[in-house]
Unconditional design. Structure first.
Length: 587
């Protein structure tokens, strides 16, 4: 059965039937407000682009695309987060054809394979990918049109973004209304997204305007957005998490969006943009939180002072007085001085980190979703939350736990208007995950008495012992990763000669912290001894069947997707292909 949740009062939501209506409404209402902040290459400062300009550019590009005979066609977009990416997406989806966002981190062979599978007629790319796209497009007869987002020079092999904007403006002034008057079928496939995986396993998710707009409307009910907010965008736009939550929802509410120059520039760009909202993933947020305490540890007595300050601040909050922004002013300045909300997704986060940021005066919530759900199906509200929970079911969704036994958890299933249309040209895979209208997520979880959803792990990653005990790798990884000596970890099970399941760990050491604390010449033996103690501490907190019996150490980070999820299947293949080198055994 689904859970009926007693929500706090909802915020005033936007009401939209499709993305075209959303864009037109926002551009009329917020015409003179900044929609985007982009870095000027000469001044190196963030320059605003108004909603009126966004409307002009989308209409012009859409008009030009239709004039290139791309009406109803599939158009790939590949490139880094930038204004031209956003305009291209809206110009394709709001009256031209079907948008197919690609992961810019894919190797050439995978891009080539997905170009064929998508059956696209055109591709819009940034100049960084010009050589790769040229090679692939030259071999693919389907790709008739190529458009470079940022090239300033004319080319015989591709159109330029600016050239098409100029042409679209000219056509529109002459009375070409084919794009602006285009009707939107909000239930037809308008977005095709490839899930992460190899070219053989990546599935093409078919989404509609209705799917995406349902999620946008639900998000605006559950979180407070102010039209003066600025969202800091650095996660890949080809993923639904960043696209729906960090791009389309802000546009729906009239917010500004500031694009980051790259992961190395997050801190600097946050200060420069003075963003108020940031979407992120646990790996990055936990690293930020760890860095706060590591930097504090470098100054004598500062950690003690911070702990005292936190105790005083939290005591004042108990009496309704919130002075956290003043008490931790220097920390806030490091985030630009305006950051008020962090939203975490893609994986579960350590509840201590969520509470830690809130104690410092920055609201923190997390949500849960999948590409197939456009993407969010559960979200904590900013005024009603549980740090360990994935959140409350979205207002338009029904969630139920499909149990196979008497335990409190089971597979999470969801039903609602945001659930995908299916996998493109793959009815068998669609039938495996959508049954009687319910989408089977492949994640295991449970509800608490208040209706909050908790995720325990992926069904396929669950470790089952010989005695039938269930072990969730994510639980043990979260505990291990709390150690400042450990950067990240991966838990898995292997069967020994007696048929028993042995819990194993791959541990990535935090070399920077170890060098800082024990010197640059910290010996291999010392590091092994330190980690050995940490594993023993963790094991003391766990029942015997969950004890980590073997582990290996490394400095190289775990292989991850572009949203920083561990690629377990690749790591497992690597682990099973080699013997443990630096291993420990515990009784």
């Amino acid at each position: 059965m689904g859970v009926n949740t007693k929500y706090k009062p909802f915020y005033q939501a936007v009401e939209i039937k499709d993305l075209k209506e959303m864009l037109n409404t926002s551009c009329n209402k917020y015409a003179e407000k900044p929609a985007f902040f982009v870095k000027d290459k000469e001044s190196h400062e963030y320059v605003p682009i108004l909603y009126s300009q966004l409307k002009n550019d989308v209409d012009a590009l859409g008009t030009a695309l239709i004039n290139l005979d791309l009406k109803g066609k599939r158009i790939i977009i590949i490139g880094e987060n930038r204004y031209e990416w956003a305009v291209s997406y809206l110009a394709v989806v709001n009256g031209t054809g079907i948008v197919v966002p690609f992961d810019k981190e894919l190797p050439e062979n995978e891009i080539e394979s997905l170009v064929k599978r998508s059956k696209a007629d055109a591709i819009i790319f940034s100049s960084k990918y010009e050589n790769v796209i040229t090679k692939i497009a030259d071999k693919n007869e389907n790709i008739k049109i190529r458009i470079c987002m940022d090239s300033k020079e004319e080319s015989k092999s591709f159109h330029t973004f600016r050239e098409l904007i100029t042409e679209g403006e000219r056509l529109f002034k002459k009375g070409d209304n084919r794009f602006v008057n285009a009707e939107i079928d909000n239930e037809a496939m308008s977005i095709m997204l490839f899930t992460s995986g190899t070219t053989a396993t990546a599935k093409a998710v078919m989404l509609s305007h209705k799917n995406i707009c349902t999620n946008i409307m639900d998000m605006t009910k559950m979180l407070y957005f102010d039209s003066h907010d600025t969202v800091f965008s650095f996660l890949p736009l080809n993923h639904t998490y960043e696209c729906s939550c960090g791009f389309l929802t802000p546009i729906a509410k009239g917010l500004g969006i500031a694009y980051c120059e790259g992961l190395r520039h997050i801190g600097k760009n946050l200060k420069e943009s003075k963003a108020t909202i940031m979407l992120s993933v646990p790996l990055i947020i936990e690293a930020m939180y760890r860095k706060i305490w590591e930097q504090s540890a470098k100054k004598p007595g500062l950690v003690f002072k911070m702990k005292i300050a936190l105790a005083i601040s939290n005591l004042l909050k108990f009496f309704g007085i919130d002075l956290s922004k003043k008490i931790f002013k220097e920390l806030h300045e490091n985030f630009g001085g305006q950051l008020r909300l962090i939203i975490s997704g893609a994986a579960g986060i350590d509840p201590r980190v969520a509470k830690g940021f809130r104690d410092f005066g920055i609201s923190f919530i997390q949500g849960y979703g999948l590409t197939e759900c456009s993407p969010i199906i559960a979200l904590n509200m900013d005024n009603y939350f549980r740090d360990a929970a994935a959140g409350l079911p979205m207002p338009s969704d029904e969630i139920k736990i499909e149990k196979s036994d008497s335990s409190k958890y089971g597979e999470i299933t969801a039903k609602g208007p945001n659930i995908m249309l299916g996998y493109y040209e793959n009815p068998e895979a669609t039938a495996e995950v959508i049954k009687d209208g319910w989408f089977y997520t492949g994640d295991l979880g449970y509800f608490d008495k208040k209706g909050f959803l908790y995720i325990t792990g992926r069904k396929k990653d669950l470790i089952v012992t010989k005695n039938g005990k269930n072990i969730f790798p994510e639980e043990l990884e979260m505990i291990l990763n709390r150690s400042p000596l450990i950067k990240e970890s991966m838990i898995y099970g292997k069967v020994d000669n007696e048929g028993d399941t042995v819990i194993c760990a791959t541990i990535v050491i935090n070399k920077e912290f170890i060098n800082q604390k024990f010197g640059d010449e910290a010996s291999e033996e010392l590091i092994k001894s330190l980690i050995n103690k940490e594993v023993r501490v963790v094991n003391k907190k766990l029942p015997l069947y969950k004890h980590i019996r073997e582990y290996n150490l490394r400095e190289e980070e775990l292989k991850k997707t572009t949203t920083n999820k561990i690629k377990r299947y690749l790591e497992m293949a690597s682990e099973m292909a080699s013997k443990f080198i630096n291993n420990g055994h515990h009784n």
